[in-house]
Design a protein around this ligand. Structure first.
Ligand code: X2N
Ligand code: HEM
Length: 518
């Protein structure tokens, strides 16, 4: 007891001494200390952290809180490659106050995408980003079992029977766009794909998934609301979900109006007893009762529509922008695609869903585009329980994050020879090279592959795997076929902008097009 008292006194007097010394300093010196303290603290903390052998090696950083945000945010794959050289496939880095543990390569895919539900959480990693935009009660603002069921509900509108109906609608939207938009006037011209592809994507997705009425609203002032909401869907939201700024206010207003508009549509269809199998709206009106007997509210259905449309929008628009830019450098591939389309369609111009299944080079072009430009370069989970890194003594503690980057493996020489070359023909040999595992699993939204150790995972894997793959291929395939039938084009490949929600081409991202002679 007296020992403790003595120690307290000792610390107290030492503290008083330090305090006196500080008081005696000039103002400039005081400010220096206040500024230097976080740096000192961070360096000491990193030193102590590096002494622990139960921790994954931490990438050294100078700036507290910011950590490695700048190298990661600007060139994630280069940053990962540099870390891999120093530390191997598993390392941690600080990103805006959060410790992220990366595990590169197929073993990392397995470790993170197939981690147990109790151990990691996607909703805790993503909710700040998604909930202000999508709204409450859906996707990452609900327990995981509800998300699994929401995916099952949505999948009803993403079947072969639906796609057969969607293809002519998508083609009509694309033709309508390229025959009326000012950037496509005349026999030849220049178009900014960062303008054209998001527009074509939203028109085609709205027409198919939301129906004709919602599509037509985009010709009115309603489009501005989508743009306001879209501006709220950026990586900044990970750090600042809410700020008292005009853009955040516009985001919230846009969300409320769009959500209410979808609810009005639902109510109208209900009142007129007009529920068919046209689109995602019909599908969710027919089938949105959870297994515990509760039903999704109309507001929740509206929010799920916002979320699904928003997700598909960014990923798909990025992918079609990239394939246009790559093909602009490969006129030979454009001709090959043209000939493939002619040989499958014959005298017909109107592509069908069935045709798409036979257009191997079209599908391989999309596949190769996704290899080089996986839209989500990083996938996160928050760690809920201490996680052991397999075959090591290292533990990722609760509260840290794990990060998996299939896009890193997908652009790595180790798995793809001439990894940086755009070559759709690399997929010619076999459609499913390497993945001989036929084990499947069902997390509640249909059977998917159990293993996720393929280096090629543009749609992720495990319980959070994408349900939009077939829709994306149908939409992108129809867009590509229609472009090839209508135009020849050239372009210069821009650099990648990693700081956006999805990996986008940097501006200027233009193609120079000319119409094919009939
Ligand atoms: C400050 C450069 O810029 O130094 F949407 F129904 C709907 C999206 C996951 C994005 C991760 C971090 C970038 C830091 C830059 C639905 C269709 C989904 C799936 C640092 C100095 C949403 C994380 C973005 C890291 C980039 C997760 C999407 N299919 N859509 N410093 O999506 O699926 C959905 C699902 C993610 C990210 C980043 C920085 C279902 C800087 C400079 C600055 N990223 N990012 N989806 N950074 N700097 C989605 C899963 C979910
Ligand atoms: C999940 C990629 C298009 C809906 C995912 C994930 C990836 C992905 C990597 C897993 C995310 C994670 O594990 O955290 C892509 C790519 C697309 C695409 C590359 C297009 C080229 C779409 C479309 C839709 C969609 C068109 C809807 C129609 C979803 C949904 C999830 C998901 C609902 C589940 C999220 C979860 O369970 O946490 N997607 N996606 N995606 N995607 Fe996509």
């Amino acid at each position: 007891m007296s020992g403790t008292a003595a120690l307290i006194q000792e610390v107290q007097s030492a503290g008083m001494y330090v305090f006196d010394v500080i008081l005696a300093l000039s103002t400039a010196q005081k400010i220096m200390i206040v500024v230097a303290l976080p740096f000192l603290y961070s360096i000491v903390w990193q030193l102590l952290y590096s002494l622990r052998n139960d921790r994954v090696p931490l990438v050294f950083y100078w700036i507290p809180w910011l950590g490695s945000a700048i190298p990661y945010g600007m060139q994630p794959y280069e940053f990962f490659a540099q870390c891999q050289q120093k530390y191997g496939d598993c390392f941690s880095f600080l990103l805006l106050g959060k410790v992220m543990t990366v595990y590169l390569g197929p073993k990392g895919h397995e470790f993170i995408l197939n981690a147990k539900l109790n151990d990691v959480s996607a909703e805790e990693a993503y909710t700040h980003l998604t909930t202000p935009v999508f709204g409450k009660g859906v996707i990452y603002d609900c327990p995981n079992w509800k998300l699994m069921e929401q995916k099952k509900f949505a999948k009803v509108a993403l079947t072969k029977d639906s796609f057969i109906k969607y293809v002519p609608l998508i083609r009509e939207e694309v033709l309508n766009y390229v025959n009326s938009e000012s950037q496509f006037r005349g026999k030849k011209g220049k178009v900014n794909v960062l303008k054209s592809q998001p527009e074509i994507t939203i028109f085609t997705a709205s027409r198919t998934l939301l129906g004709e009425e919602m599509r037509n609203m985009l010709n009115t002032g309603f489009a501005k609301l989508y743009s306001d909401l879209d501006k709220g869907f950026t990586p900044i939201n990970f750090v600042f979900p809410n700020l008292p700024l005009p853009s955040y206010k516009r985001r919230d207003e846009a969300h409320n109006i769009i959500s209410s508009t979808y609810m009005k549509l639902i109510n109208k269809r209900k009142q007129e007893n007009d529920i068919q199998d046209r689109d995602l709206v019909d599908a969710l009106m027919k089938n949105s009762t959870y297994k515990d007997g509760t039903t999704m509210t109309e507001r929740e259905i509206a929010n799920l529509l916002i979320g699904v449309l928003m997700g598909g929008q960014h990923t798909s628009a990025s992918t079609s922008s990239w394939f246009l830019l790559h093909l602009g450098e490969r006129p030979d591939l454009q001709e090959e695609l043209y000939n493939e389309i002619k040989s499958v369609l014959g005298d017909r111009k109107e592509v069908t869903y069935e045709d798409l299944q036979h257009l191997t080079l079209v599908n391989n072009t999309i596949k190769e585009t996704l290899r080089l430009h996986m839209p989500l370069h990083s996938i996160f989970r928050k760690v809920l329980n201490p996680l052991q890194v397999p075959d090591t003594k290292m533990i990722v503690p609760k509260g840290h994050y794990v990060l998996v980057s299939p896009g890193f493996a997908m652009t790595n020489e180790k798995y793809f020879p001439n990894a940086n070359t755009f070559e759709p023909h690399r997929w010619d040999v076999s459609q499913n090279a390497g993945s001989s595992d036929s084990d499947t699993v069902d997390y509640g939204f249909g059977t998917i592959s159990k293993g996720v150790s393929s280096p090629y995972l543009p749609f992720g894997g495990g319980r959070h795997r994408c349900i939009g793959e077939q829709f994306a291929y149908t939409q992108l395939g129809t867009i590509l076929v229609t472009f090839i039938q209508t135009f020849r084009w050239t372009s210069k490949l821009p650099k990648v902008d990693y700081s956006s929600m999805v990996t986008l081409p940097e501006e200027p991202a233009e193609i120079e097009w000319e119409r094919r002679a009939e």
